[in-house]
Design a protein around this ligand. Sequence first.
Ligand code: 13P
Length: 339
Amino acid sequence: MNRSELARIAQAMVAKGKGILAADESTGTIAKRFAAIQLDSTEEHRRAYRELLFTAPGAPESISGVILYDETIRQKTADGTPFAQYLTQHGIVPGIKVDRGAKPLAGFPGETVTEGLDGLRERLIEYYKLGARFAKWRAVIDIGPTMPSAFGIEANAHALARYAALCQENGIVPIVEPEVLMDGGHSIERCEEVTDATLDCVFKQLQAHRIYLEGMVLKPNMVIAGKKAAVQASPEAVAQATVRCLKRHVPPAVPGIAFLSGGQSPTEATLHLSLINRAGALPWAVTFSYGRALQETALKAWGGRNADFKAGQLEFARRARLNGLASTGSYQPEMEKAA
Ligand code: 13P
């Protein structure tokens, strides 16, 4: 493991004014996204859509890295350049999703544990050769009346730390993603309690597994009420609770935090990120690693129509730019109209 190289890549991933595009939807998930625009999920449609995102003019000014899926890292632009190579040439770090999904945790009804450790070392070696310099593993923590259990959190944190160690052994920066879902009807206080417990356990496991903190990026949820909760906290309250929670658990040695959007609307996700960055001096770079919040409006603008390829690119570059501004706290909601 070359520590200085890992630290250099991690810093590039959270470079000032930039963030990460999560474009690592599995074949099943991208089919759902395409269904919303009545588009069949063929391999060529998936390739064309990823080309739209990766080659959008202006986007590299706000995008530091892209998370790819196994199929995507093997695909090419229409003129035959492998995507990973295209991104690298444009100053964007290619990354790869390596987990194999959240599966039911035996003995703990309703809870899941993320799988994908078997054979991971060999897969990382191959992905490195294909150009990937960082990876992503998502653990899923769902909130219910009697969930998550301490055991469920620990099982997920342990797997995250084993994944992170294997990444660093192979020269790949791990994005450590423990996602506390915002799907339920829980309060923001309950989200904070569960996010507290999760981050506490994740960093204990990372330390126990001898993870080089300077060579990783944390991808957490924001502290926010569940989507079905009757009472929603103000954007300022979300920012305050999120910063408070992160300061309790994330060592300053970690170079950056890149949030998931988790089902927030594109404008909410951008506003929250900007307010978090205005909450006073933070010891880490704090940016985005959004999937839906970066892609939703671009996907709609494209609609699967060749004629609207450029319209999709313009919309993607616009959201990327607004989120880039949010990563330095300089986004204002009025910019939505002007942009
Ligand atoms: P969302 O921003 O759509 O939550 O996706 C980010 C991601 O990579 C989830 O693993």
